[in-house]
Design a protein around this ligand. Structure first.
Ligand code: GRF
Length: 190
């Protein structure tokens, strides 16, 4: 069984989608750890409800990124984590985690990368007026939303769509694309 650590800072709808895919048997893995850098993030309660161990860790309590990530790494090792799955984790990874999990860290981003990297990708795409939007799953490197692209899915935006409707569509795609992409990758590696 493949052990996943999900890294998240917010709502956790992707965390839920991954867990649901695990429960319905479409993703052959288990989430053994949630790493969250925001003590009030809603994702924490989602993990607790599923009895998944949670590491709530505030980077401001550490003198360096290395110390902060070393603490995370210790927990990942304890739980025998083999993949780091970033889902709304609002931080760049440093050498400590990148070096410990080469080619085993992925992220989901709500745009068709390399367009609209960084915060509020959906807002950026709306402001630009693009007619095709989408979602990207990619390997993580030291850059913001960089790293090799693993999968993408696009959709056409009608001119009368509200931001809320666009967000709903993005999330629908994310929630099926993330578990599907991960499962395909795990199968390829067998
Ligand atoms: C998602 O849109 C994801 O693409 C981005 O952050 C958001 C996290 O949403 N990286 P949630 O916390 O999984 O609901």
């Amino acid at each position: 069984m493949t052990n996943l650590a999900v890294f998240a800072s917010g709502t956790g709808s992707n965390f839920d989608a991954l867990q649901k895919a695990i429960e319905d048997g479409s993703l052959s893995a288990q989430i053994v750890l949630l790493v969250c850098d925001r003590p009030n993030a809603a994702v924490i309660q989602k993990a607790i409800r599923k009895e998944i161990p949670v590491l709530v860790i505030d980077p401001h309590h550490y003198s360096s990124k290395m110390d902060y990530e070393f603490k995370i790494l210790e927990s990942c090792k304890k739980h025998q984590v083999s993949w780091l799955i970033l889902a709304g984790y609002m931080r760049l990874l440093g050498e400590t985690l990148l070096g410990a999990y080469p080619d085993h860290i992925m992220n989901i981003h709500p745009s068709l990368l390399p367009a609209f990297k960084g915060k509020d990708a959906i807002g950026q795409a709306i402001a630009y007026g693009v007619k095709i939007m989408g979602v990207t799953i990619h390997y993580v490197d030291h850059t913001m939303d960089g790293g090799t692209i693993i999968s993408q899915e696009s959709f056409k935006v009608d001119s009368d769509w509200t931001r809320e409707e666009i967000e709903t569509r993005v999330h629908q795609i994310e929630h099926q694309l993330y578990p599907k992409t991960l499962q395909q990758l795990l199968e390829e590696q067998q």
